[in-house]
Unconditional design. Structure first.
Length: 320
């Protein structure tokens, strides 16, 4: 979950699906490691959707003709023009982002939860959990902004004319060249909307997933299993997409902009926002809606499937 609130939901799911003794004895470092690995596993499956989402958001920039009429049209154009493997462009950046962002978000959230727990071990109230998840997402996204910047540029490179492409070979090459060619601070370009997006995503997903799951389990049609998690994740993804996509498209355009004759294309997030609405219409703020939504739900589900399997393997190994 994207770009999804892994931290907040993790405590809710694992508290019901893992034995209490497991949660009390599993080292924190192992929990952080498994959180990062599960996010990386989910990204390996959903990276093409992230690519399509970024291409859709850059399509029709500044009132130009739209390159892609729909998500399907974008996929066809990418495969036809760049090859099938191009759908996984930027995978190294996506994996590094998960290794940093998701792992830190889990670690920070768990630490804050321990600090705010009552003396008898009672976890914080829902509102406090939401605040902690929002804060942990903001801190982690600030630290991981360089990997997000690399991901945006690598997935958007193929839409540029050959002479304008940056042609980063991998995420480490991207980080090195950005720092060398544009300055170290350029690695945090778009940091503001990146952090705001993380806060919006964490808050929206925490509330909507919890409420959706509660509503589903109150019916006679669902039990607390992977089906309920899947449906709740897709409902949560819809709410989160509507709430966070305008911030996400602003972030994408800032991080992908070029400096021409010493002058940036945009003066900041407000400039991107107002130009998009004025030149492309209000609904341009939700470009890439389908792949963005299609990514959030499955990424959440895959993350928890991998997480639970890793936990099961750990305890199976420990019991030998």
């Amino acid at each position: 979950m994207a770009r999804q609130s892994t931290v907040a939901v993790t405590s809710e799911i694992t508290s019901k699906e893992s034995a209490p003794s497991h949660r009390s004895t599993m080292p924190k470092a192992v929990n952080f490691l498994f959180g990062g690995l599960s996010g990386m596993g989910a990204t390996s499956l959903t990276q093409p959707l992230d690519l399509v989402k970024n291409r859709m958001q850059m399509s029709g920039l500044a009132g130009a003709a739209r390159e892609h009429k729909s998500s399907v049209h974008a996929i066809i154009n990418i495969v036809r023009g760049e090859g099938l493997l191009a759908m996984y462009t930027g995978l190294s950046a996506g994996l590094l982002r998960q290794a940093t962002y998701t792992t830190m978000r889990l670690g920070i959230f768990s630490s804050l939860m321990d600090m705010c727990a009552s003396s008898d071990g009672e976890p914080p109230k829902f509102v406090v959990k939401a605040a902690l998840a929002t804060l942990s997402g903001a801190i982690a996204s600030f630290i991981a902004t360089p990997t997000e910047l690399s991901l945006i540029r690598m997935t958007s490179d193929g839409r540029l004319p050959l002479e304008q492409r940056r042609n980063y070979t991998n995420v480490f090459n991207a980080l090195y060249r950005i720092g060398k060619e544009e300055g170290v601070l350029a690695l945090w370009r778009g940091c503001g909307p990146t952090v705001v997006r993380a806060m919006v995503v964490n808050a929206a997903q925490l509330a909507s997933y919890s409420q959706a799951k509660q509503a589903l389990l109150s019916t006679d049609y669902f039990e607390d299993n992977i089906l309920a998690h899947f449906v709740a994740s897709m409902i949560s993804g819809l709410v989160t997409t509507v709430a966070s996509l305008p911030v996400d498209i602003t972030k994408t355009r800032i991080q992908n902009m070029k400096i021409i004759d010493g002058k940036p294309e945009f003066n900041g997030a407000i400039d991107v926002f107002t130009k998009a609405v004025r030149q492309e219409g209000i609904f341009s703020l939700w470009k890439g809606f389908t792949p963005y939504y299609a990514r959030i739900g499955p990424h959440t589900v895959f993350t928890f499937i991998f997480l639970e399997q890793l936990r099961a393997l750990y305890w199976r190994y420990q019991s030998k």
